[in-house]
Ligand binder design. Structure first.
Ligand SMILES: Cc1ncc(C[n+]2csc(CCOP(=O)(O)OP(=O)(O)O)c2C)c(N)n1
Ligand SMILES: [Mg+2]
Length: 576
């Protein structure tokens, strides 16, 4: 007994004087405000996860690294702090890498921390356990990649990763942590001194005054102005300034998918319901945190009607002229740029051209009226419009809930039909249109915000991350997953003319995804009409219990590739 006490005292004295790689990484993360790690355990990071949890960091264990990575990425988007994903070496790292690349493409700040094998063996390609030159592989797929070899460099390594992730245009950063690093022991005081607290990790980038006056002149000259809000605008959390700019100018605005809700979709200036008209007929377009990529037809061609003058606000100078000439580039962080524009808008600013405003309004009213009856149907079998009409009411009644959305028809129709009322409440497939973000995004949204989450998932989309419903149940998160089950990808009706194999786009007919949720102790519901669906979602949102609703959708209701079927290559031979 006495001996045990002495040993304990001795060892705690030792701990006071020495520290190791494990603890230095944890201390560096904590010093920089990291509260949550999303990951999957295994060699060489199992103990690291345990220790991080013991030191008060929330460590959420997933079933696959891609989902943990997507969780970290969206945590970064929601908080403006890098989301942290932790993986093992080679295969775990690669599983996380898709999420890191996706985060970079979407400008979400995220850090992938992966354990790696012995450098000496990896570099000589001598066949180590999970051998892979992870740093080299990560480099072209993310914003920055670093490796830390010595415990005394952990502080700087973590600081560089954080700053790289959030400063300028945010993105994904890879930090390689070789197994040997974790066990390295150094003097505790020297260790503490080596840590770096990142001061002002994303400094404001003030736009040049000339660029502001040029932008204001261009905007003033417009006869048919339009403002397009991208998810960069949502990320900036400059909601009040953006609203003031829009309302002071009275210009119609179009929110990109994840920018929905910066101002409510029901705002009188929102031109979402007249999208094709405003793109085609506008003459001056101001882009705020939106890129002229494929989602905006690269700023040219048929959807845009004729040549326009573009004003573009972006933190990345190289974004300008990426596809078409930008008449008024404004480079800086969105908050600073929008504030500077606002300063230049006084009482003498001309009212938005009345003819244009009323043309947009008329178009909106026609389109909304055409859609309305479709959304009120209570058909059996359920179609997308009936089901989404019900979910639209849910979000209207619960505007604080977070909507996660992926699929093809399930995505494209939900985007158009479900109005958003608050910023950063719609999380979806983003720039790549990637399937598999669903459960990772839903988990992080619940964890980071504490708000209820409604995940509206195509049955195919759900399959990419579906096993994480166990994670949702394990952490008892307020997530309601609605699977739009139409027996397949786009439709469940394709036939195979030559064998008994199902067509490539078809799944098991009438699968019961709700039973999966029950297997983990969650609530499973099978809904076959919009009324049933509405009742089930309301119950889930009221209770906060992990719920999965299998919403049976008419397998013939969807269309090929949702709204982007035109992107499918066509052979001239087939057309003959
Ligand atoms: C990672 C990835 N793999 C494949 C695709 C191609 N893809 C686009 S949508 C989709 C699934 C569409 O089916 P579903 O989710 O059931 O939606 P539905 O149209 O049936 O409502 C797939 C596989 C993709 N976008 N991302
Ligand atoms: Mg489907």
């Amino acid at each position: 007994m006495a001996e045990a006490t002495i040993n304990k005292t001795e060892s705690s004295e030792e701990e006071r004087e020495l520290t190791d790689g494990f603890h230095l990484i944890i201390d560096a993360l904590k010093l920089n405000g990291v509260e949550t790690i999303y990951g999957v355990p295994g060699i060489p990071i199992t103990d690291f996860g345990r220790m991080a949890q013991a030191e008060g960091i929330r460590v959420l264990s997933f079933r696959h690294e891609q989902n943990a990575g997507n969780a970290a990425a969206i945590a970064g988007y929601l908080t403006k702090k890098p989301g942290i994903c932790l993986t093992v070496s080679a295969p775990g790292f690669l599983n996380g890498l898709t999420a890191l690349a996706n985060a970079t493409t979407n400008c979400f700040p995220m850090i992938l921390l992966s354990g790696s094998s012995e450098r000496e063996i990896v570099d000589l390609q001598q066949g180590d356990y999970e051998e892979m030159d992870q740093l080299a592989i990560a480099k072209p797929l993310c914003k920055a990649a670093f490796r830390v070899l010595h415990a005394q460099d952990i502080g700087i390594g973590v600081a560089r990763a954080i700053r790289a992730a959030v400063s300028g245009r945010p993105g994904g950063v890879y930090l390689d942590l070789p197994a040997k690093l974790f066990g390295q022991v150094i003097d505790a005081e020297a260790g503490e001194k080596s840590l770096v607290k990142v001061i002002d990790p994303a400094p404001a980038q003030i736009p040049a005054p000339d660029s502001i006056s040029r932008a204001l002149e261009t905007l003033k000259s417009a006869e048919r102005p339009l403002i397009i809000l991208g998810k960069g605008a949502a990320y900036a959390q400059a909601d009040d300034a953006i609203r003031a700019l829009l309302e002071k100018t009275g210009i119609p605005f179009l929110p990109m998918s994840m920018a929905k809700g910066i101002l409510p979709d029901t705002h009188p200036q929102c031109a979402g319901a007249a999208r094709s008209t405003v793109l085609k007929e506008s003459d001056v377009v101001m882009l705020i945190g939106a890129r002229l990529n494929w989602l905006l037809s690269q700023g040219k061609g048929k959807p845009w009607g004729g040549r326009k003058k573009f004003i573009q606000i972006d933190i990345e100078p190289r974004e300008m002229d990426s596809n078409v000439e930008i008449a008024a580039p404004v480079v800086g962080d969105i908050s600073s740029c929008v504030s500077a524009l606002l300063d230049g808008i006084d009482a003498s600013w001309p009212a938005a051209p009345a003819e244009w405003i009323s043309a947009v309004q008329t178009k909106k009213e026609t389109n909304v009226a055409r859609m309305a009856p479709k959304l009120m149907n209570n058909n059996f079998p359920m179609d997308y419009h009936g089901a989404l009409g019900a979910l639209r009411t849910i979000i209207k009644e619960r505007p604080d809930a977070i909507l996660v959305n992926e699929g093809a028809n399930t995505l494209d129709l939900a985007r158009g039909i479900i109005d958003m009322y608050n910023p950063r409440k719609r999380l979806d497939v983003g720039t790549w249109g990637v399937m598999g973000i669903g459960m990772g995004f839903a988990i992080a949204a619940a964890v980071e915000t504490g708000k209820p989450v409604l995940a509206v998932e195509g049955d195919s989309a759900f399959g990419f991350s579906g096993m994480e419903i166990e994670t949702i149940c394990r952490y008892n998160l307020p997530v309601c997953v609605v699977v739009f089950n139409n027996n397949g990808i786009y439709r469940g009706t394709d036939a195979n003319a030559v064998s008994s194999d199902p067509a490539p786009t078809c799944f098991v007919t009438d699968a019961r995804y709700d039973k999966m949720m029950e297997a983990f102790g969650g609530v499973g519901v099978h809904a076959t009409t919009p009324d049933e669906l509405k009742r089930a979602v309301d119950a889930a949102m009221d209770s906060g219990k992990p719920t999965l609703i299998n919403a049976a959708i008419d397998p013939a209701a969807g269309s090929e590739s949702g709204r982007i079927g035109n992107l499918n290559p066509q052979s001239k031979l087939r057309k003959k």
